[in-house]
Design a protein around this ligand. Sequence first.
Ligand SMILES: C[S@@+](CC[C@H](N)C(=O)[O-])C[C@H]1O[C@@H](n2cnc3c(N)ncnc32)[C@H](O)[C@@H]1O
Length: 320
Amino acid sequence: MSTAPQNPTARPTAEQVEAAWKDPKLANVLYHDWEAQSYDDKWSISYDERCIDYAAGRFRLATGWDGRPYGHALELGSGTGFFLLNLMQAGVATTGSVTDLSPGMVAAALRNAEHLGLPVDGTVADAEILPYDDDTFDLVVGHAVLHHIPDVEQAFREVLRVLKPGGRFVFAGEPTTVGDAYARTLSRLTWKAATTVTKLPPLQGWRRPQAELDESSRVAALESVVDIHTFDPADLEAMATRAGAQQVRAVTEELTAAMLGWPVRTFEAAVPPGKLGWNWAMFAYHSWQRLSALDAVLSRVVPRAWFYNALITGTAGQWG
Ligand SMILES: C[S@@+](CC[C@H](N)C(=O)[O-])C[C@H]1O[C@@H](n2cnc3c(N)ncnc32)[C@H](O)[C@@H]1O
């Protein structure tokens, strides 16, 4: 299936933003269409070894993947394709389909896939109503998408419907309730500090134009509408199980790594695009790796609900 996204828009009007306050799905389309153009820069997303390792690492952590490729994989809430395209490059799946509620995101993901020469099609789709037949996919993945979906259990039911018997789903990058609280606090403080300090004359080269900062704040305020859920890992497992999944398992990661990662990402968004460069991206990634190793040790004694990132996997019936 290949449906070219129609008319992705870049900048929501004040009226659209107003209407989106009452409609989380409209908010998601506006917010993510707006973000689609700059999303890869904002989140330091790339399609090279760094992000391939990251995506494959999350997949392995969730599933204990043995390196055998899956056939056809579907991604929900693909954004620009970060998770599935990098998983495909790691050899996790041979063909892919990207879907997202935001036409701008689907267009960006298809452009990225074409650029990488990957066999991927895509369509605009709501994760609660997937436009695919039963038993279509070997694998369904998603990254940082479940917390945007109003009815997560309905999305799990759809995932299980479109999976072939024995097929697997993997969702990663979901905020835990405890992790979200400290991440948001640290991000708020970082934004305030970065946008205040860069008013000083010697640092003004690090300041984005005020109109851009104001627009960021206005549309980013929609974040409180699009970020619908945070999860306790045990509740997430219960939800997938109620939807009919088998062999369900949630794991968490990132405690100190998240306490570094969120301020870093917020700082990157507060300064002019491209200002920090490749060395900064590598510094941030290597620091994240070191703290993640520390967190792996801490996970032996710290409750899983305290870590920021939740990952969940399960199957449609028994695997194999
Ligand atoms: C935080 S972004 C993550 C994008 C990408 N997966 C990544 O990790 O870079 C969440 C994505 O989910 C999409 N989304 C939100 N609600 C959705 C829904 N109900 N169905 C499908 N996609 C949805 C948004 O449009 C957005 O592109």
